[in-house]
Structure formats: C-alpha cells, structure tokens
Design a protein around this ligand. Structure first.
Ligand SMILES: C[S@@+](CC[C@H](N)C(=O)[O-])C[C@H]1O[C@@H](n2cnc3c(N)ncnc32)[C@H](O)[C@@H]1O
Length: 346
C-alpha cells in the first residue's frame, strides 16, 4: 500500500493523466474517472487506494490488470479495441464494454493494484550496442562480461542475439527473431565482440521464460504501441532460447559482489544500465559508482548508461560511457524507448 497523498481524488488524477489524449487509455481513464465519481465498480476497485500518490499511477496498474484479463482470453469482447491484438475499433467506444469487464473482475482488478508498473524495453539495446562498440574500440578488448543492474527480465543482456540493421552497418545473427532497424543517427563503427558472460539483478526480477513473467511484461506495454509489442514478443522468443539469470538484489550490493572476484586479463567487464537510476535512492547511486570505481583499479571496466540527466524524464535520456573510472562521456541522446540514438556531432 502506498503512502497517502490527500487533496485530489482518483478521478482528478485520472483526468489529469488522460489529458486530451484520444488513445485507448485516454478514453478509459476518462471513463474510469466518471465511473469513480458515480460510485460504479471503479470505486470498489480503488478502495483503500483513494489517496495514493500520483507517482504510484494506480490507474496504469488497473489498466495493466485489465490488459492481462484481455491477454488471457477472458474478455474477448475487448480485443477489437486493442491494436496490438489486431483491434481496429474506435477507442472512444470501448468504455461501456470495459465497464462490464470491471464488474465481472472487480476483486482481481483490486489485487492488480499491488503490481507496480514494470517493463523491459529491448529498443534500448540499440543504445547499449552503440556504447559497447565504443568500449570495445577504446579498450581493444573484445571478450565481454556484461553485468546489468536494474535489468527487469534481463532482455537487453541478449544484445548479441538481436539483429541490428542500419544503412551503413549491420550486426547480429541474420536469423534472429528480433530485428531493430535504423535506430542510430550518425556514424557508427561496428566492432566484433563476444559476450563471454552475462548476468543481471533487479529488486523485482521478471522471469521471461514463464507465462506469468511474459504476461506481466506485456501488460505494462501500452496496447496501442504495437511495434513495442512486436519487439517484446520477438525478444521473448530469444529469451526462451538463451535464458538469462537476473538475481533478486539491489544494484549496489549486487555489483559489489559481482565485481569483487578475479577476471581474465583479456575480458572487458561492462556494467550496463538503462532507465533504472531514477528509481534508486541516493545511497544506491553512490554504492554503484564506488563499486565500479574500485573495480577499475584491478580490471578493465566500462560503464555504459542510458539514463536521464539530473533534470529527469522531461529531457532526453543520455547515453554515457566511462572507461576504467574516467569521467563519463556523453555519446548520444536517446529516445525514451531506446531510439533514435542520436550520436553527438551527427
Ligand atoms: C523502467 S525499468 C527499466 C528496466 C530495464 N533496464 C529496461 O531498460 O528495460 C526500471 C527497473 O529498475 C529496477 N530497480 C529499481 N530500483 C532498483 C534498485 N535499487 N536496484 C535494482 N533494481 C532496481 C525496477 O525493479 C525495474 O525493473
């Protein structure tokens, strides 16, 4: 249960979140707001969460719970409104049918509010790859140990199993189920490398090889972003072939452990992270930086990050690279979901 934030109602917060969006979730949030005020099923679903702080985005938790009901075949009448499932019906007409589903699944949707939003965006592997090319070029090391704090399901640790196609360069297996095209603006020198080890950690790791884990990841990707669903579906196929270990640990403690052991002199240790630092307490940030800094005294280590600068998500994320404890260098700005990667000077 979140800390409470009195003053606004769930209806206020949903209308504010919906703004004037005319996608499915814009319409549904307005429908939910009206229904909450009218004392409909939405009021029962939100019971106990009425004053949840805006940042806990309970409306998205509810919409993800609803999406899980749709994805598991228990609300076929809603499929025509979900573009990622082939739906083409006008989103403005979805609300009355959604309300019927809320009535049928009130208890399940109330429980769904406990599940915080969590995605794993494989579009961000384009940024990771650009950082990896630069790290390999600078260090001259091409055997890579990849460590990812805040990895979610760890899908981006499979970067070498995805296919990247750009006008001047290509990378990755030709038969990969996931192809990421034209994601980089600017000149890239592709470098060959081999991932000799890969591992991640997360406070809430998702197992991408289970139905439950896959459902959770899909349910938090907005249904009217079909390309993101296609990417995720393809990455989940890859994850089924190359299962990844994501330890249930905090970033700092885990990196201290991972970086404390010996490593072959010809191995480049790469710590990679994307859109996780904004969730870390200040202590975690310091611990991660200290662990990476200490490791740089005995091994070659590159720290690649795709994170928002101190202004937060209101400005573009930056791709940074720091080799062996040097000050991080900004390589590119990056779209929220990983593309475009706009190289500085491009
Ligand atoms: C927005 S998701 C990004 C996941 C993945 N890096 C990506 O780009 O798709 C943020 C992730 O950070 C994790 N996280 C938040 N705080 C953390 C911490 N202190 N230590 C480790 N993971 C954390 C969350 O559980 C969540 O999976």
């Amino acid at each position: 249960m979140p800390d409470f934030d009195a003053g606004t109602t769930p209806a206020d917060r949903m209308r504010s979140h919906a703004a004037d969006h005319h996608h499915l979730y814009g319409h549904l949030m307005r429908g939910l707001a009206d229904d909450w005020e009218a004392g409909g099923p939405t009021r029962e679903i939100f019971q106990g969460w009425e004053a949840a702080p805006e940042g806990s985005v309970v409306q998205l938790r509810l919409l993800a719970g609803l999406f899980r009901i749709v994805l598991t075949g228990r609300a076929p009448e809603l499929v025509p409104y979900y573009p990622c499932l082939g739906g083409i019906e006008p989103p403005a007409e979805a609300w009355p049918r959604v309300r019927d589903v809320l009535v049928r699944h009130t208890g399940e949707l109330h429980d769904a509010l406990d599940v915080a939003p969590q995605t794993n965006e494989v579009g961000r592997s384009t940024a990771l790859l650009v950082g990896l090319f630069a790290a390999v070029r600078r260090t001259g090391l091409s055997r890579v140990r990849l460590l990812e704090p805040g990895a979610s399901a760890g899908l981006n640790l499979l970067v070498d199993q995805f296919r990247f196609v750009n006008p001047d360069w290509e990378f990755g297996p030709i038969d990969s189920p996931l192809m990421l095209a034209d994601g980089v603006q600017g000149d890239v020198s592709a470098m060959a490398f081999e991932v000799v080890a890969r591992r991640g950690c997360d406070l809430q790791p998702v197992d991408a090889t289970t139905d439950e884990g896959q459902l959770r990841l899909r349910s938090f990707v907005w249904p009217f972003q079909p390309q993101r669903h296609e990417r995720l579906n393809a990455a989940l196929v890859v994850a089924g072939r190359f299962p990844i270990t994501v330890d249930r640990r905090g970033a700092g403690e885990w990196l201290e452990e991972q970086l404390s052991g010996p490593v072959d002199a010809d191995v480049l240790t790469v710590v990679w992270q994307s859109i996780t630092r904004l969730y870390w307490p200040a202590e975690e940030v310091k611990r991660v930086e200290a662990a990476v800094g200490r490791a740089a005294s005995s091994a070659v280590i590159a720290h690649i990050a795709m994170e928002y600068p101190s202004e937060g998500p209101s400005v573009a994320a930056e791709l940074t690279l720091a080799v062996s404890g040097a000050t991080p260098e900004i390589l590119a700005t990056v779209g929220d979901h990983g593309t475009p990667v706009a190289l500085l000077g491009a």
